[in-house]
Design a protein around this ligand. Sequence first.
Ligand SMILES: [Cu+2]
Length: 125
Amino acid sequence: MTSIRFAKFCAAALIALVTMSAAACSTTSNTSSSDNQPAIAATVHIADGKFEPRETDIEVGGSVMWINDDVASHDLKFVAPNKLHSGTIKPAGSWIQTFTSAGNYDYYCDFHNSMKGSVVVRPAP
Ligand SMILES: [Cu+2]
């Protein structure tokens, strides 16, 4: 009698354990699948000779995508010491840059020097 009761208890404990571990597994796989997607933290549109928005706020490690919605070609030249250069972004073209250090990144368009923008990269919380 006692050994049968013990066997029933073991079976119930085993089912509970399997259910718990299955739940844990599905949670883990959901997290890892979202990590594989490209993380575009912010999008800046180039239109009417302006960067919209002019200032972009992201967290360190984030990527910014610039999309040229204008009829003219533009580029991004970052102010020293961050000597990044996008190269020419043609109409309907885009450019993605990932920022791995916190700081203020000011940039302008080399074709139209009055076009200015900045990316503010905040440290991780
Ligand atoms: Cu321009």
